[in-house]
Design a protein around this ligand. Structure first.
Ligand code: AMP
Ligand code: MG
Length: 412
């Protein structure tokens, strides 16, 4: 067969085309889940407080609820003596109202009784009579100010205030926040569904025997898991041969239960590279060829209003292209905030030569603040084993010298 590349696109232009296509074809979707199932899901819309917290004025200490004015001037030597008229455990409350000269024994978390405006910690009190004896006299040894050691209703959060922002990832502490508000269900981003296909006559699955000339499939695993770690739900749909009909059927089947299909391999313009022809017949090819190294043979197609991506077969190329061009769009759909690649600065440990006229992504290993370029072909699996991330070298640069400062985008 064999076809020419379409007009090769500059990286920035390719990024824009892909982003626009995602925006044209997909919408962010949400679903409702019980909070127990919300861990690590992402909040779809701002959540507002449904009630004041704390819901009532409550004590922050074990001690005595008092009128603060009754304690003014109290010291160890000159205690103020108050009559204890009731006792409140956490979870219950007192119907009594404190008058001047009175106090109510109170536990941490219990509601402040009427008439009281402060709590004296038990450590700053003495009892004249045995505990549990009615109407005991309490010696207050320290003066307190109004509102001391109590939390006013709504002081934590008031009803209708912003509780959790959209795009927040729900961690255990955030589930606690929802529980505190009595919220039982939460609207979260529905993960985009991705089907992953590897293509190549030479590929075998991990449970098959490796005959001479064959290699184990790598991309199904790396691409599927990179998808998952960036917010998608991904399934591996297996391996297909470089065969037009097989690939066509596999893509059509994958499109039935996936929103995005990601193939790898067979994306060049040579004999046996059938993806382009399949996409042209069942849909359209939007882009074929990006001016980057590695990863020039990248295909973006559209079938049935869904995106079908053809990543280059080399595992390093496939992963880099996926990170640079595709993952940001998947993260957007999945509601994941921020860049997928955490970036760190490092000094280059060795010089790198770079092809002129093409953006070059070079894997690096980081050690002691230095970025060691990995100079192996993009099929070398050990380059992935050693890599911590990659650097981007602009197309105008042919040489980056030892010691130059580079920004490393980390694989996460
Ligand atoms: P292709 O893009 O199909 O021309 O493949 C380029 C190189 O990547 C070839 O050496 C393939 O054997 C290799 N390759 C393609 N797909 C995979 C895969 N899924 N896992 C590992 N290597 C692959
Ligand atoms: Mg191939």
């Amino acid at each position: 067969m064999g076809t020419e590349f379409l007009k090769i696109k500059e990286a920035d232009e390719a990024k824009k085309i892909i982003k626009n296509l995602f925006e044209e074809l997909y919408q962010k979707k949400s679903k409702i889940v019980p909070i127990e199932k919300s861990h690590q899901k992402i909040i779809f819309k701002d959540i507002f407080a449904s009630m004041d917290l704390p819901p009532f004025n409550r004590s922050l200490m074990d001690g005595f609820a008092v009128k603060s004015e009754d304690t003014f001037g109290a010291t160890d030597e000159n205690p103020k003596i108050l009559k204890c008229i009731d006792r409140i455990e956490a979870g219950s409350f007192s119907k009594k109202t404190i008058k001047n000269g009175e106090c109510i024994e109170i536990s941490t978390g219990a509601p402040i009784p009427n008439g009281a405006d402060a709590v004296v910690m038990v450590e700053f009190t003495d009892r004249e009579s045995e505990k549990n004896e009615k109407c005991e006299k309490i010696h207050i040894l320290k003066s307190v100010t109004p509102n001391q050691d109590l939390a006013l209703q709504g002081s934590d959060i008031k009803k209708d205030e912003l509780l959790l922002k959209e795009n927040t990832s729900i961690s255990p502490d955030k589930i606690g926040v929802l529980a505190a508000q009595g919220i039982k269900e939460v609207e979260v981003f529905d993960k985009p569904k991705i089907g992953v296909i590897s293509t190549g006559n030479e590929l075998v699955m991990e449970n098959e025997s490796l005959e001479y000339g064959k290699i184990f499939d790598v991309n199904s695993y790396s691409i599927k898991n990179a998808s998952i770690s960036n917010g998608a739900e991904a399934t591996s749909n297996g391996i297909v041969k470089d065969n037009y009909n097989e690939l066509k059927t596999k893509i059509e089947n994958s499109l039935k239960d996936s929103e995005i299909v990601i193939c790898s391999g067979g994306t060049s313009a040579g004999v046996g590279d059938v993806l382009r022809n399949v996409l042209e017949d069942i849909g359209e090819v939007i882009l074929h060829g990006v001016s980057v190294k590695p990863g020039k043979p990248t295909i973006i197609g559209k079938v049935d209003e869904k995106i079908v991506i053809g990543l280059p077969g080399n595992p390093v190329s496939a992963l880099i292209i996926f990170y640079v061009f595709i993952i940001p769009n998947i993260r957007e759909l999945a509601g994941k905030l921020g860049d997928n690649n955490e970036k760190v600065n490092a000094a280059l440990a060795n010089r790198i030569h770079s092809p002129k006229g093409r953006i070059h992504y070079n894997l690096v290993h980081i050690k002691d603040g230095l970025a060691y370029p990995i100079v192996k072909d993009s099929g070398a699996i050990t380059s992935l084993a050693h890599a911590d991330g990659y650097i981007k070298i602009p197309k105008t640069i042919e040489l980056l010298d030892k010691g130059e400062n580079v920004k490393v985008r980390l694989f996460k």
